[in-house]
Design a protein around this ligand. Structure first.
Ligand code: COI
Length: 355
């Protein structure tokens, strides 16, 4: 399919913020990609147009029943000025797995990537030049058919927006404090927890507000059945350095299969570290903190990159992880991953996709 481009006139391009002023997800680039789906014809009308509001019927099914999915990936500017994507086809594949789970149409992964490449090239000036800053890319699909009966929609809108971002957490790479909730649950096996669907994020908000009021950055979710097993942080997956082994909860159906999670596992194995994808209870985590065998905890995600955890709160008791600072392994994974993403370090796995 051809992608039609309606570019913004040079004099109407928006001002770009300075890299040092960037936060996460507030500023958007000049253009966006869109295409439409109709049953049974399939996808059509692929276009890049000036960034702006969408026109959706108030009865569009996404607005009522939440049939919507998204992805998150980043474009990084290398020291040589070239632009890199990091394992983009993994995001395109996960987008389709989310689509399947939500009864939505798939998008050809190579066409999806081509659309993103075309969009990023057109808005190449928006890709920040400083380390730590990047262009966040947000592919999205929503059910656009106006209809109030509950069933999968027959019409969809797929769009991609981008915007320059800095660190996701205000703490930057400094340790975050996480709050373990046993009151609320994020997802249950058999539900939609492993799909990147909007409802998972909506479901997390109330616990997130509780955590915030208590002074914590994020919620650490436990499994929805026994409320004992650690699952994920909602905006990131979670890793534990237990003695000198890396432990992360297995992808049991209620956890988002993170691309950064997978990359950390690959890197750790490449370095000869022992990695266990196994269930881990909150009691085991807290006992290990108390005994001093829990050396580090860190989260992984596209937006969050590697996010060291300095404190954990459970049942109103606070536990400090190690010395509360950035752990050695967190630093090593952060340096290696960002080094590969920005093109400063060798890429032994062929993860970088230069555009
Ligand atoms: C990401 O890491 O890209 C995410 O989608 C997490 C969050 C910002 C919703």
């Amino acid at each position: 399919m051809e992608i039609t481009i309606h570019a913004v006139a040079p004099e109407r391009r928006k001002d770009r913020p300075k890299d040092a002023e960037l936060v996460f997800g507030k500023v958007f680039s000049d253009h966006m990609f869109l295409m439409d789906y109709e049953t049974p014809q399939g996808w059509s009308n692929a276009r890049i147009v000036p960034y702006g509001p969408l026109s959706l019927d108030p009865a569009a099914m996404v607005l009522h029943y939440g049939q919507g999915i998204f992805e998150g990936l980043k474009a990084y500017r290398g020291a040589d000025g070239r632009i890199h994507l990091f394992r983009p086809l993994e995001n395109m594949k996960r987008f389709n797995r989310s689509a399947q789970r939500m009864c939505m149409p798939e998008v050809d992964i190579h066409f999806h990537l081509q659309a993103i490449e075309t969009l990023v090239r057109l808005d190449a000036d928006w890709v920040p030049r400083s380390k730590g800053a990047s262009l966040y890319i947000r592919p999205t699909m929503v059910a656009s058919e106006p209809h109030l009966g509950v069933r999968p929609a027959t019409e969809y809108l797929h769009y991609v927006i981008t915007g320059p971002v800095g660190a996701y957490y205000p703490e930057g790479f400094n340790p975050v404090k996480i709050y373990v909730t046993d009151e609320y649950v994020r997802a249950v096996r058999g539900g939609v927890g492993e799909a990147k669907t909007m409802a998972n994020y909506a479901a997390s908000l109330q616990a997130q507000e509780v955590a915030k009021k208590k002074g914590y950055t994020q919620v650490l979710w436990l499994d929805a059945v026994e409320r004992r097993y650690v699952e994920e942080v909602g905006t990131m997956n979670i890793f534990f350095r237990l003695k000198d082994e890396l432990v992360t909860p297995p992808l049991s159906g209620s956890i988002l299969p993170g691309v950064t999670r997978d990359s950390v596992i690959h890197l750790a194995q490449h370095w000869g570290l022992t990695v266990h994808e196994r269930p881990i209870t909150i009691d085991e985590v807290l006992d290990a903190i108390a005994m001093g065998t829990m050396k580090e905890i860190f989260g992984t995600g596209t937006a969050a990159v590697i996010s060291p955890v300095g404190q954990v709160c459970y049942k109103d008791k606070t536990y400090r992880v190690g010395n509360g600072g950035v752990g050695e392994w967190s630093q090593r994974f952060y340096d290696e991953l960002t080094g590969i993403q920005y093109g400063d370090k060798e890429d032994p796995f062929g993860w970088v996709h230069t555009i």
